[in-house]
Design a binder for this molecule. Structure first.
Ligand code: FES
Ligand SMILES: [Fe+2]
Length: 377
């Protein structure tokens, strides 16, 4: 098993010793729930919620960030603090080109450069272009807006994506929930198979009565891993109805992204991407985007899909609220045990490696080895 302590590490913790004892391995993973991964893209907002000329205020990794879309449709992100006297710029106005602070009317372009200070009188020369608020790399892919959090902006990593959608047209919808824990706990729960029969025991999904042993093959991929394509188990009514032609592939990518897509006869019909974005040390935003390739049914499918996604993820949110009560006591935890907890352990290994690789300015070396994992769920 892998034990954890929640002490005050703020830097990437050192690689823990790994000791194998029969079926279990021990690892001391310090710093769980205390630090954020940087130099990586975080999900910010569904593109549909950001019309041209609109801006929204977010807090990501504890930083106030204004996300906007200019009148040409391009998204941008700025530190949401006016460099004059600190009023959030998002409280002001945006004309699709410049943001105007509501305190003294200073204006900033979408790169964060000051373009106007209305109080200046003639002859009061001030190089206002030297005044700026920080801007963040911001991009939109598959209808999702991402913000890069970090200072290594010279070579940005690939923007995360939902799999199985290349060359396919689709509709999509996003459900957003607040998880009241640090991203580490939220991620461990997101990729943990052992909680499924206990937390997600709805009549339309499954119950603890039909737990059985699972054997799955995992391969390292990107900055995470992939559980290779297989037929989903028939414990849920949904999959029983869909028959034997369904295959699924589930994968994980940093900083906290669970991806899954389903094919019928080899063609993707459903893809889902759950993303975790830290708000601060004890709050994480979960955005789940569902993509479906049957076109023309969005008015009917959107509320149905959103209902089930909200019900399902609401179960995770409820258990996280209970977990938060325990975490307040700063306990020592047996965070992950083999094999059901091994993906959680891999997350911590990948997170540490990403932090080390970016701090050393080198390529990420995936620390995961191809594995067969077994558990009951
Ligand atoms: S605080 Fe923004 S213009 Fe003064
Ligand atoms: Fe869950």
């Amino acid at each position: 098993m892998f034990t954890t302590t929640r002490n005050s590490d703020t830097a990437p913790p050192p690689q823990g010793e790994h000791e194998t004892t029969g079926v279990a391995a021990k690892e001391k993973v310090t710093g769980v729930g205390t630090w954020f991964l940087r130099n990586i893209w975080y999900y910010a907002v569904p593109g549909k919620k950001l019309r041209p000329g609109q801006m929204v205020a977010k807090t990501i990794l504890g930083e106030p960030i204004l996300i906007g879309r200019d009148r040409t449709g391009k998204p941008f992100a700025l530190k949401d603090i006016c460099p004059h006297q600190a009023v959030p710029l998002s409280k002001g106005r945006f004309d699709g080109c410049e943001v105007e602070c509501c305190f003294h009317g200073w204006r900033f372009d979408t790169a964060g450069i000051c373009t106007a200070i209305p109080s200046l009188a003639s002859g009061q020369d001030l190089k206002i272009c030297n005044i700026k608020t920080q801007s963040y790399p911001c991009t939109e892919h598959q209808g999702c807006v991402w913000v890069f959090m970090g200072d290594r902006t010279d070579s940005l990593p690939d923007v995360p994506c939902a799999p199985g959608l290349e060359g396919v047209s689709y509709d999509q919808s996003t459900v957003t929930l607040l998880i009241p824990t640090h991203i580490d706990y939220a991620t461990a729960a997101l990729i943990d198979p052992a909680h499924v029969p206990y937390v997600h025991n709805a009549w339309w999904w499954r119950s603890t009565r039909n737990m059985r042993e699972k054997v799955k093959r995992y391969v390292p991929e990107g900055n995470g891993w992939t559980m290779v394509r297989h037929q989903p188990s028939k414990h849920s009514i949904a999959f029983q109805l869909l028959g034997n032609h369904i295959e699924t592939e589930i994968s994980f990518r940093l900083p906290g992204i669970r991806r899954e897509y389903l094919t019928f006869g080899g063609r993707t019909f459903l893809s889902g991407m759950s993303t975790l974005t830290p708000i601060d040390e004890t709050h994480t935003e979960l955005n789940h985007t569902t993509f479906w390739t049957v076109r023309g049914l969005a008015p009917v499918l959107t509320p149905v899909i959103n209902y089930f996604v909200r019900e399902f993820l609401g179960q995770d949110q409820r258990i996280a609220r209970m977990q938060e009560i325990g975490l307040r006591c700063d306990p020592n935890l047996i965070m992950t045990i083999k094999d059901a907890g091994t993906p959680g352990h891999w997350y911590f290994l990948c997170k540490k490696e990403w932090a080390l690789a970016t701090s050393e300015g080198r390529e990420f070396v995936n620390p995961i080895k191809e594995s067969i994992l077994r558990w009951r769920s």
